[in-house]
Design a binder for this molecule. Structure first.
Ligand SMILES: NC(=O)c1ccc[n+]([C@@H]2O[C@H](COP(=O)([O-])OP(=O)(O)OC[C@H]3O[C@@H](n4cnc5c(N)ncnc54)[C@H](OP(=O)(O)O)[C@@H]3O)[C@@H](O)[C@H]2O)c1
Length: 232
């Protein structure tokens, strides 16, 4: 069991439909959180909601070089060494690959693949044995979807990174959980950076996904594939 009482957890994408309920559940389990998101206003509102449990508030555009490293450094300065990191930032784009423009492709890969790698690289030296990292990949890493080829590739790349880096981190006794939730009703699909969503069917409830992620942290789980979100 991982005891989150007095843990210090950095959550990136903390203002999101998944990041916010994950942050809330971490706090309910006794953790202090440092929170990061792109919108300073949304971060301020989240921090007010979470109250005294907030150790640090770091707005950042994680697409920019140096931003992930800056967020990690600022979190450690604000709240001390890290017990865990949750990377819950991300964007989605829809449409055929032939219609994909360079800026969209850059943003997908920068935020969904490169920034989490930079974040984890920066955070590991600040995590003690017993620490954890959660990265939010997606079901499309297991089952890539037409009309979401680049998004699927960004998530499959992240999952591959998680498997390999997770093996490296076992030597340091740090757990890396690659979480691959199915479609969830956070509104992400309604604010794509390009294209428009196909009919996706009813998604999971964000709070249920958040609960499952935090349960995996507490129960020392290492795997959180797509089935884990519907099986329990
Ligand atoms: N929802 C789903 O169906 C689903 C399913 C599987 C996996 N996922 C993955 O789960 C993660 C969270 O998704 P979500 O549904 O919670 O999405 P969301 O509600 O749109 O939240 C996205 C988060 O990413 C942040 N963000 C966006 N652009 C950023 C940038 N340039 N720099 C820094 N932060 C940025 C947002 O910050 P602001 O609020 O400040 O904009 C927000 O905190 C994503 O990686 C997504 O791919 C989602």
């Amino acid at each position: 069991m991982t005891d989150l009482a007095d843990a210090h957890v950095l959550v990136l994408g903390a203002t999101g439909g998944l990041g916010a309920p994950i942050s809330r559940r971490l706090v309910e389990a006794g953790a202090r959180v440092s929170v990061s998101g792109r919108s300073a206003d949304r971060l301020k509102a989240l921090a007010a909601d979470l109250g005294d449990a907030v150790a640090g508030v770091m707005p950042a555009d994680l697409r920019l070089p140096g931003a992930a490293e800056h967020v990690v450094r600022a979190a450690v300065e604000a709240g001390g060494p890290l017990t865990g990191v949750v990377y819950a930032a991300g964007v989605v784009a829809f449409g055929d690959t032939v219609d994909l423009d360079d800026d969209t492709l850059d943003d997908l890969l920068l935020l969904n693949l490169i920034a989490p790698i930079r974040t984890i690289r920066a955070a590991v030296p600040h995590l003690d044995a017993g620490g954890f990292i959660v990265q939010l990949s997606a079901i499309v890493a297991e089952r890539p979807m037409a009309g979401m080829a680049a998004y699927s590739a960004s998530k499959a790349g992240l999952t591959a990174f998680g498997v390999a880096a997770g093996s490296e981190l076992r030597r340091r006794k740090i757990r890396l959980i690659d979480a691959r939730p199915p479609h969830t009703e956070t509104g992400l699909a309604d604010r794509p950076i390009a294209g428009s969503a196909p009919k996706l069917g009813e998604g999971l409830a964000p709070d249920a996904v958040a609960e499952r992620v935090v349960r995996a942290i507490i129960d020392d789980e290492r795997q959180l594939d797509s089935v884990a979100f519907t099986d329990s």
